[in-house]
Design a protein around this ligand. Structure first.
Ligand code: ZN
Length: 440
C-alpha cells in the first residue's frame, strides 16, 4: 500500500526545494538538479545513473526493472528552466515559496512540477515491489529549453539501448478549465510542428544618405518582406486537430454541424466562417507560419546600407514539406535577388496515434483520476523533446496534469509561475495509475 500522506508531503516539499536550485538555461547547470533528484531517489532506497552531455550538463535515469513483456514506459521531464526576471513576480522566482495553496517559482509548470510528480509516482510504484511487465523509467534531462541539443538528442544517439521505450509521457498540453465550463479539458499532445529558421539577405548599392538612389539594401528589401508577411499559408486541419475539434464539438454549439456529420469539410467551413483562425493559438496549429523576428542593416544614419539581413522563425505543420514551403517563401517575396539560407532545421516527427493501446491507457487514467474530465488529442505549435522519441517510432504523449485557465498559460515562461498543491497531489495519483495500467 502506498503511504499517500507521506508521499504528498514529500511531493510538495521536494518541489519547493527543487525550484530553489538554479537550472536557468543558459547555462543550465542541470548537474545540480540531477544531484538533488538523485539524493531523493537514494533516500527512498533507489538507484540511478547520471549521463553527462557537457560540463555541468547531467541527465538522470532511474529504472524499475520488469520482466520484459514489452518495452519500457518512460516518464520524461527536463531539469532546465528558462530565465526569470525577479521584477514582475509576487515572490522571488527561485524561492520555491508555498503560499495560498500553490508552490511558486520558475519551473513550477514547465516542468519541474511534472518532474517531481513523475518521481513521486515512480517512488510509489517502487515501494510496492510488484511484478512489472515492462520497465518503468524515470528520465530527467538537460537542455530542453535550448532544443535538447546538449540533452536528449546526444543522449539518444549515445545510449539508445538505455532509452528503448514503447511509451513516453512528457510535457505538452495542460488541463484547461475554461474551454468547457465545469470540465477540465485535458489536451494530450500527440504531435508538434517543426521549425525551419531562415536567414534572408538582400544586397543593394551603398552611398551617402543625402543622395538616395532607390537601390539601398533596405529600400529593396522591405517591400519583399511586406509581401511575404501579407501572405497566409492555406488552412490545414490535420487528423490530430480534427480529433481536438470533434471532442470540443460535443460541447460547443458553434461546432454542432461538425458534431452531426463529422466531415472535415464541414469543420473547415465552420473555422473559416467564424474566423476561428484569427485566434493566434489556433492559427498556429491550423497552418504553417513565418514570424519576422530580427532585422539587421545599417551602421550610421547618413550611410545607405549595401546589405540587409532578416531572420524568420518558420513553424511548419508535420504534413508540410519544407522544400514546398521554401518555394512559397521565394514566390511570395517576389525578388530573385534575395538569398535564402535555411540555417537550422528542427526535427520533423510523425504524430503519435490518437487511438490504440497507449493513448487509451493515458485517457483511461485521466478519466479515472479526474471525474468529469474531457480528454482530447492536440498538436503543439512549439517544440518539445518528444520529437526525438517520435522520430524513432515511440508513442509520446504530452500532458502536464495542472488545471489552468487560459490566462494562466502566460505564467509558463512568464511571471508568477506556480502550480496548485492539489494539482501536484492529483497528478502523482494519475501518473501512478498510468504506470500500473501500462507496466503492472
Ligand atoms: Zn518545458
Amino acid at each position: 500500500m502506498v503511504d499517500w500522506e507521506r508521499l504528498d508531503a514529500l511531493t510538495v516539499e521536494a518541489l519547493s526545494q527543487y525550484l530553489r536550485i538554479d537550472t536557468t538555461n543558459p547555462p543550465g547547470n542541470e548537474s545540480a538538479g540531477a544531484a538533488f533528484l538523485g539524493d531523493l531517489l537514494r533516500e527512498n532506497g533507489l538507484d540511478y545513473r547520471l549521463f553527462e552531455t557537457g560540463s555541468g550538463r547531467a541527465s538522470l535515469l532511474a529504472r524499475l526493472t520488469g520482466v520484459g513483456e514489452g518495452k519500457p514506459l518512460i516518464f520524461l521531464n527536463h531539469i532546465d528552466v528558462v530565465p526569470a526576471e525577479a521584477e514582475g513576480w509576487q515572490v522571488h522566482p527561485l524561492s520555491g515559496e508555498i503560499r495560498d495553496g500553490y508552490v511558486w517559482g520558475r519551473g513550477a509548470l514547465d516542468m519541474k512540477g511534472m518532474g517531481i510528480m513523475q518521481l513521486a509516482a515512480f517512488i510509489a510504484v517502487a515501494g510496492e515491489s510488484r511484478r512489472l511487465r515492462r520497465d518503468l523509467v524515470f528520465l530527467a534531462v538537460a537542455d530542453e529549453e535550448a532544443g535538447g541539443y546538449t540533452g536528449l538528442k546526444p543522449l539518444l544517439e549515445k545510449h539508445p539501448q538505455d532509452l528503448e521505450a514503447d511509451l513516453v509521457v512528457n510535457e505538452g498540453g495542460f488541463a484547461l478549465t475554461d474551454l468547457v465550463p465545469g470540465k477540465p479539458f485535458f489536451m494530450v499532445a500527440c504531435s508538434e510542428k517543426y521549425g525551419v529558421w531562415l536567414r534572408l539577405v538582400r544586397r543593394g548599392v551603398g552611398g551617402h544618405g543625402s543622395m538616395p538612389t532607390g537601390q539601398g539594401a533596405l529600400e529593396l528589401f522591405l517591400p519583399a518582406l511586406v509581401r511575404l508577411m501579407s501572405r497566409k499559408r492555406p488552412l490545414h486541419i490535420n487528423p490530430i486537430m480534427q480529433g481536438f475539434f470533434s471532442r470540443l464539438a460535443e460541447y460547443w454549439e458553434i461546432l454542432a454541424p461538425y458534431r452531426e456529420d463529422g466531415d472535415p469539410e464541414t469543420l473547415r467551413r465552420i473555422v473559416e466562417k467564424n474566423r476561428l483562425d484569427s485566434i493566434p493559438a489556433l492559427n498556429a496549429v491550423l497552418r504553417d507560419t513565418a514570424s519576422l523576428n530580427m532585422l539587421h542593416a545599417g551602421t550610421k544614419i547618413n550611410v545607405i546600407p549595401d546589405r540587409a539581413e532578416a531572420f524568420l522563425d518558420c513553424r511548419l505543420l508535420p504534413e508540410t514539406d519544407a522544400e514546398e514551403f521554401l518555394r512559397f517563401v521565394r514566390e511570395a517575396l517576389g525578388d530573385e535577388e534575395i538569398e535564402i539560407d535555411r540555417f537550422l532545421d528542427m526535427e520533423r516527427a510523425p504524430a503519435s496515434p490518437s487511438e490504440g493501446e497507449f493513448y487509451r491507457a493515458v485517457e483511461e487514467s485521466i478519466l479515472a483520476c479526474y471525474p468529469g474530465a474531457v480528454v482530447s488529442p492536440f498538436m503543439l505549435s512549439g517544440l518539445s523533446d518528444s520529437r526525438f522519441f517520435r522520430a524513432r517510432g515511440v508513442a509520446c504523449y504530452g500532458i502536464i496534469p495542472a488545471r489552468l485557465g487560459l490566462a494562466d498559460l502566460t505564467r509558463v515562461h512568464g511571471s508568477d509561475e506556480r502550480i496548485a498543491v492539489k494539482d501536484l497531489r492529483d497528478g502523482v495519483r494519475f501518473l501512478y495509475d498510468l504506470a500500473l495500467r501500462v507496466c503492472a
